[in-house]
Design a protein around this ligand. Structure first.
Ligand code: AMP
Length: 437
């Protein structure tokens, strides 16, 4: 199937040609016709499958079509640009990434898109909204702040996208999402994307989507085939040494490293730098400026190792990212799939290596159960595990459950979930890092 056969506008086709996209990816092949037909969509697709264009391109197409129809209508006469589509994303990085993609795809269209997220000044965002915007990409918290300040009118929205809906729930955004949805017109098209399909997601989907078409590209909870995965058993105290050794010996020039905690990310970035490997940390406690700079330096090759926590890494889109290292395994097995999904994106191959100490064997078991395969082991001479070392329980992170800005979302999560008919997951409540948006 080619992009030409999807019925997209010539200006859109020109822009995607310039992106060197030759054929639509499977999610694009399935999702684009459904969205163009006007139906609601529930799509199970991980980041890296091309899902952003999967919803971005048909949104642009539908906007073009409705522009042609409404040129002479009242709204146009008033000179106002009514907001056409709203895309909600859980993290700033993902929102920025979606915004960048939409800008690229709409390069030849007279459309205005805007990205808004917290952590940066609200005033420039308000100014831009006042000037009129067609497609708004937002994180839920900042969007509600803008709504409260009457800076944005959501009543004209025709299309809503919830991207990485599973992560939105994990991060405690359910109430923010519901508050946003309450401001939208009843008649609209809804698109929901999620990497995993938990019961919570199904309940959310039932309450938002109307007779949705279901589209799935990779098996739920399965890791991409293009990613070669390895486990490297190692003693905890030798992990850093091994990581520096692997980076040096294999001459990895761009490696994304995951730690469980923000402190761990900072500490490891400092240690790698001491080992002569240029590194930076990216996590929720860093200012937006510092996060953007670290990502830009990583993309441009000025730093070799980007050390990230799970939430900070969501939505990072780094072309051709070849290596992901799990310096520590995540406490929730699904996060493993999200983490390694940073590599092997689109048609590229990637390698994911997990450095696993004896304390982490239960997590490894849970991950292998989830992905339904045993991950092959790598060994390195001189880094064999010491059989005398006994397992110690993993210390739970001290920075868990940072309440979100508007105390409502996380503070009393289970009862609030129940109020909305959404079952709360005790595992998520007790084990996940939560960082404000
Ligand atoms: P996403 O899953 O939307 O984050 O996309 C992952 C990566 O695939 C991004 O770098 C996109 O630019 C790229 N991509 C999206 N669609 C295509 C396509 N049809 N052909 C090649 N690359 C694509």
């Amino acid at each position: 199937m080619s992009f030409d056969s999807l019925g997209l506008d010539a200006e859109i086709l020109k822009a995607i040609q310039e992106q060197n996209y030759t054929d639509p990816t499977p999610i694009q092949q399935q999702a684009i016709p459904v969205i163009l037909s006007g139906k609601d969509l529930m799509a199970s697709a991980q980041t890296g499958t091309g899902k952003t264009a999967g919803f971005g391109l048909p949104i642009l197409q539908k906007w073009v079509e409705q522009q042609a129809q409404t040129t002479n209508k009242l709204e146009a006469k008033k000179g106002k640009r009514p907001l056409y589509a709203l895309i909600l994303a859980p993290t700033r990085e993902l929102a920025a990434q979606i915004g960048e993609n939409i800008r690229e795809y709409s390069r030849y269209l007279p459309i205005r898109s805007l990205v808004v997220f917290g952590g940066v000044s609200i005033n420039p965002q308000m100014m831009k909204l006042r000037g009129g915007v067609d497609v708004l990409i937002a994180t839920p918290g900042r969007l509600l702040d803008l709504v409260q300040q009457n800076a944005v009118d959501l009543s004209t929205i025709k299309m809503l996208v919830l991207d990485e809906a599973d992560r939105m729930l994990d991060m405690g955004f359910i109430h923010d999402i519901r508050r946003v949805i309450a401001k939208l017109p009843k008649k609209r098209q809804n698109l929901m994307f999620s990497a995993t399909f938990s019961d919570e997601i199904k309940v959310l989907a039932q309450s938002i989507l109307h007779a949705p078409e279901l589209v799935a590209v990779a098996k739920t909870n399965s890791a991409s085939e293009q990613i070669t995965q390895y486990v490297h058993r190692v003693d905890k105290r030798r992990k850093r040494e091994l990581l520096s050794y692997l980076i040096g010996k294999n001459q990895w020039q761009q490696v994304l490293v995951f730690t469980r905690t923000k402190y761990g990310a900072n500490h490891l970035a400092e240690q790698l730098t001491k080992d002569g490997i240029k590194a930076a940390a990216i996590h929720g406690n860093k200012s937006q400026g510092a996060r953007t700079k670290a990502l830009a330096d990583f993309k441009s090759g000025q730093i070799r190792a980007l050390v990230a926590t799970d939430i900070a890494a969501r939505g990072l889109d780094i072309e051709l990212l070849p290596y992901v290292v799990n310096y520590e395994l995540p406490q929730v097995a699904e996060d493993y799939v999200h983490r390694i999904g940073r590599t092997g994106r689109a048609q590229n191959e990637g390698q994911a290596i997990s450095l696993v100490c004896i304390d982490e064997l239960p997590q490894l078991k849970a991950i292998e159960k989830l992905i339904k395969k045993t991950i092959p082991e790598l060994t390195t001479q001189g880094f064999e595990v010491d059989p005398k070392i006994k397992a110690e329980p993993i210390k739970k992170s001290s920075q868990r459950r940072v309440p979100p800005k508007r105390g409502s979302a996380n503070s009393n999560r289970s009862p609030q979930f129940n109020q909305n008919g959404v079952k709360s997951s005790s595992r998520h409540n007790h084990t996940k890092n939560k960082q404000p948006n």
